[in-house]
Design a protein. Structure first.
Length: 121
């Protein structure tokens, strides 16, 4: 299975939720997946992680955003926070939840190789 890179570029919790769901599915099928949160999207990783629709998702028996992130990581999804996004959001690498790497577009693309699929969420 070809590696997958998912890029979330806005601070929209529902976009991140959709990207995490696809990332977890790819990982569950045995594929490598990197989830790159670029620029303003990095603010979604500020603890405590949550989104406005979390209560609605929990009421429907679905995981909230923090649980979905944890489940995706447990499946092997590699989340990466954009270095520029950290600065833009006034955050430091130490502010990120455990298991979140820091990098930039070049390092993410370079690590993926030539056969990776790239999706923007």
């Amino acid at each position: 299975m070809r590696p997958l890179i998912l890029i979330v570029g806005t601070a929209d919790g529902e976009r991140l939720r959709a990207a995490l769901t696809l990332a977890a599915a790819q990982a569950a099928l045995g594929g490598a997946v990197t989830l790159f949160l670029q620029l303003d999207a990095v603010s979604l990783l500020r603890p405590p992680i949550g989104a406005p629709e979390d209560a609605r998702h929990r009421a429907a028996g679905l995981p909230d955003l923090a649980a979905l992130l944890g489940e995706a990581q447990a499946l092997g999804v590699r989340p990466v926070a954009c270095q520029s996004g950290l600065a833009l959001c006034g955050m430091a690498a130490a502010d990120l939840p455990p298991g979140i790497a820091v990098g930039g577009p070049l390092s993410v693309l370079q690590a993926a190789g030539d056969d990776a699929r790239l999706l923007l969420a």
